[in-house]
Write a new protein. Structure first.
Length: 268
């Protein structure tokens, strides 16, 4: 055996040993995955689409050969759990400066923009900026990024609930005047609840918290596994798996723009 072939064999041996060591570490760690039950994470029996985020996360974890268990919980509980426990994955979570150092960010699931919505018939609700919005009854979801953002902006008369569905119906019953929600999320929720989205109007874009929904890990998670998950996420992007699986949700964002021209909506 010549020296060149020996070097190749040694290199292969080192790679195999490294893989076996990493595989043993993967098997030793059991990730707990937490998410809020929404149309983006759970497909209802009567829905045309839904659950795309969960399908992608499961595909990523399978490709990464990571063992896990998954549970759907109220967002506030899931959010707090992911901040205090090791080896927790949470999705879909919006990202901003406040949250940046609270999590290890694996990868973006979808782009997202947040808007304040009112009923189409409530034309007396005229909001050009955040200060205007403070005079109206506002529904929010507990510890969603819009809740945290509005509290920081000085809103004191917020009405927290556990789901966007609750806010949707509170708005229809005029128990609140406005509430924040994402572009694609609004379209998907209207479809699930069989409500015409034209009943609502986006009146202000919350630009500061618009960006994306992510998969993230608790900061005390295993460092090697976090790096491994990021690498496998990039591989799924490169193969088109991410784009194909999330295509329907991305189309919801296009539907939003067709129904409501975004260039005419003021920004905060």
């Amino acid at each position: 055996m010549n020296r060149y072939n020996l070097k190749i064999l040694i290199r292969l041996f080192i790679q195999c040993v490294s893989f076996l060591i990493f595989s043993s570490n993967v098997e030793a760690v059991d990730f707990k995955v937490v998410a809020e039950a929404t149309p983006f994470t759970v497909k209802e029996d009567n829905a045309l689409d839904g659950g795309e985020a969960t399908l992608f996360v499961k595909g990523l974890l399978a490709k990464s050969q990571v063992s896990y268990s998954i549970s759907f919980e109220p967002w506030k509980r899931a959010y707090l759990k992911a901040q205090v426990n090791p080896n927790i994955l949470i999705y879909p979570i919006a990202r901003d400066q406040i949250r940046e150092t609270k999590f290890e960010w694996i990868g973006r699931l979808i782009p997202v923009s947040y808007y304040l919505f009112r009923l189409a018939g409530r034309k007396e609700i005229n909001v050009e900026n955040l200060e205007d919005a403070k005079t109206w009854r506002m529904g929010v979801v507990n510890e969603h990024i819009h809740h945290q953002y509005l509290k920081k902006a000085g809103f004191t008369h917020l009405q927290p609930v556990n789901s966007n569905q609750q806010n949707l119906y509170k708005l229809l019953l005029e128990r609140i005047d406005i509430f924040p929600m994402s572009d694609g999320g609004m379209m998907q929720l209207c479809s699930l609840e069989k409500i015409e989205c034209a009943k609502f109007v986006p009146i202000l874009k919350l630009k500061e918290i618009s960006g994306g929904l992510y998969l993230a890990a608790s900061t005390s998670s295993d460092d090697e596994l976090v790096i491994h998950l990021r690498k496998k996420y990039q591989e799924l992007l490169a193969t088109g798996y991410h784009q194909n699986l999330l295509r329907k949700r991305l189309l919801r964002i296009d539907e939003f723009k067709e129904l409501w021209p975004v260039d005419s909506i003021p920004e905060s």
